[in-house]
Design a binder for this molecule. Structure first.
Ligand SMILES: CC(C)(COP(=O)(O)OP(=O)(O)OC[C@H]1O[C@@H](n2cnc3c(N)ncnc32)[C@H](O)[C@@H]1OP(=O)(O)O)[C@@H](O)C(=O)NCCC(=O)NCCS
Length: 173
């Protein structure tokens, strides 16, 4: 668990008790429309995903809380050798402004200290202005653009790739 005591934020591991809440956030239009898969996820598919993720040592599923209230979900997935992870996240649709940035800071602290990651990578659909800004303000470097990589059923969208090294994160904290 990573706690930032001044602000009463923390990230903790996702448990069975969070399953319904996370599914409701994930299926909300305000979240779904920025994901790479955008269909409505049924409870059975979601439960299967959670069970598989819990059994996979390369995955860490986290809940962000502020003053005891769950306000978002973050995951790290170590896809490459050498403690490099992809991350993904969403804030509760009703969460106050600024939640994304606070959640990102708390999750990166967890990733770089508790998980001892070397690098965190993010992939953002180019129309997702808030996530682009959030990555930049957290210190991520833009590493490339995958042109027209994502097809949403009607049109193609670029995907912007970001990376943040542990050493860069340490300089900013
Ligand atoms: C991305 C997300 C976590 C950001 O959380 P948030 O609480 O909305 O964002 P914040 O209030 O912390 O603001 C983040 C940045 O976006 C900017 N922003 C906020 N609302 C905005 C808007 N409507 N348009 C453009 N920029 C906006 C903020 O100014 C801030 O940028 P800054 O640090 O340069 O000032 C949240 O919007 C979300 O869950 N979106 C849906 C899921 C998603 O996109 N996940 C990420 C996939 S890569």
């Amino acid at each position: 668990m990573t706690r930032q005591s001044d602000n009463q934020w923390l990230v903790r591991r996702m448990t069975d008790d969070d399953i319904d809440q996370v599914l409701a956030w994930r299926n909300h239009e305000a979240v779904r429309s920025y994901m790479h898969t955008q269909h409505e996820i049924k409870r059975a598919e979601h439960t299967r995903w959670f069970e598989q993720a819990c059994a996979d040592p390369r995955r860490d599923l986290l809940i962000f809380e502020s003053q005891g209230v769950a306000l978002g979900y973050v995951n790290f997935h170590q896809t490459a050798q050498g403690r490099t992870a992809d991350w993904g996240f969403y804030a509760a649709p009703e969460a106050p402004k600024g939640t994304g940035r606070n959640m990102g800071q708390a999750a990166l602290h967890y990733g770089f200290t508790e998980l001892n990651l070397h690098k965190v990578c993010g992939q953002v659909l180019a129309y997702n202005e808030r996530s682009l800004r959030m990555h930049r303000s957290l210190g991520f470097q833009q590493e490339g653009v995958l042109r027209e990589q994502h097809f949403d059923g009607q049109s193609y969208h670029d995907t912007v790739c970001f990376g943040l090294l542990a050493a860069e994160w340490q300089l900013n904290t």
